[in-house]
Design a binder for this molecule. Sequence first.
Ligand SMILES: [Zn+2]
Length: 114
Amino acid sequence: MEYTKEQAQKLQAEFHVRWKWQIARQVLAGAAVLLLIGSEELDFCVSVLGIPVSENVVFVIGMAILIWASVTSFLHWRCPGCKKWLGQWLGPDICPKCGLLLKLPRSTPTLSIR
Ligand SMILES: [Zn+2]
């Protein structure tokens, strides 16, 4: 699929937003896994703002975060051009389906020697 330069720039900006959300989802999913491991390994009862929270509640919250992260990743981690899923790799340079350049052009640092 061919894109004009303006279309490609707009799609790359959209991809950058999607990429930030995907990173946030991965971090939250990692925290949820730690929460789930903690709720199984330790027989703890934590207190949040003075309210006791049982390990079952911690388990349910951890699972809810994992399910949310998985579903939203499947729905939103897609090429903004062709809408195909981008897979598990977090840093694709181009869409493997339509060839859209996904990597944002980085501003080139200017070297000034005085
Ligand atoms: Zn694509």
